[in-house]
Design a protein around this ligand. Structure first.
Ligand SMILES: Cc1cc2nc3c(=O)[nH]c(=O)nc-3n(C[C@H](O)[C@H](O)[C@H](O)COP(=O)(O)O)c2cc1C
Length: 202
């Protein structure tokens, strides 16, 4: 399968077979995430993998605002951004770029300013920037899943505090999404999309 096929075949799947996703398939999904690009190569994504049936059932209630279909997933990825390491690792990249002398000084100044802006930003802004990076990793998981014959659905509606408490997720982690995955038990058609004209600014 090539990328074009994976992109066009992907659907949000909300019904799953009672069949386990194999360990080596999970490894491939995580590898797809690991290889994602990120600003200053900071790689802020962290995943808690939930496979225990009771935990998935717990997740399918108030934690996802009553989206009961979540209970049929075989795996839930709790997708987090490490907000502390995000800034530290971005800083380390800037130091590396500076010390290795690979960047012209005017570009280095721009990068240092970009990083300082992130350091001075409100926690909400920082969270948004880190979440944007994590979204790329999650998208790569979704596309790799298509090639493996797996279905996924991004879950954006959830109770972050309840989930962090239940799964002992450290304070500096922002939960930026949940991703349900498993073997699909449905084959939905494509959802509507805006036309090309609608997404091109004049
Ligand atoms: C940021 C984001 C949040 C979403 N949150 C939910 C959700 O909480 N529950 C759900 O059933 N689907 C959710 N979805 C899936 C969308 O409904 C779905 O992607 C959209 O309707 C297009 O359908 P498709 O993915 O099959 O192309 C979310 C998708 C994204 C990208």
């Amino acid at each position: 399968m090539d990328v074009v096929q994976a992109i066009s075949k992907r659907r949000s799947i909300r019904k799953f077979l009672d069949k386990d996703v194999a360990g080596d398939e999970i490894d491939l999904l995580l590898e797809a995430a690991r290889l994602a690009p990120s600003g200053l190569n900071a790689q802020p994504w962290r995943f808690r993998i939930i496979q225990n049936k009771d935990d998935i059932t717990w997740l399918s209630r108030e934690a996802v605002k009553g989206q009961r279909w979540v209970g049929g997933a075989n795996i839930i990825f709790v997708c987090c951004a490490d907000l502390t390491r995000y800034l530290e690792d971005a800083g380390a990249s800037v130091r590396f770029l500076r010390d290795s002398g690979v960047l012209p000084p005017e570009m280095l100044a721009g990068i240092e300013e970009y990083l300082q802006k992130a350091r001075d930003a409100s926690s909400e802004l920082l969270r948004g920037a880190a979440a944007a990076n994590c979204s790329i990793a999650i998208t790569q998981i979704m596309l790799q899943a298509v090639e493996l014959g797996l279905g996924t659905c991004w879950i954006g509606m959830y109770d972050e505090e309840a989930i962090k408490e239940k799964f002992n997720i450290p304070e500096q982690m922002a939960v930026v999404a949940l991703l349900a995955a498993g073997y699909p038990a449905e084959n939905p058609g494509p959802r509507p999309r805006k036309s090309r004209e609608e997404i091109i600014l004049p």
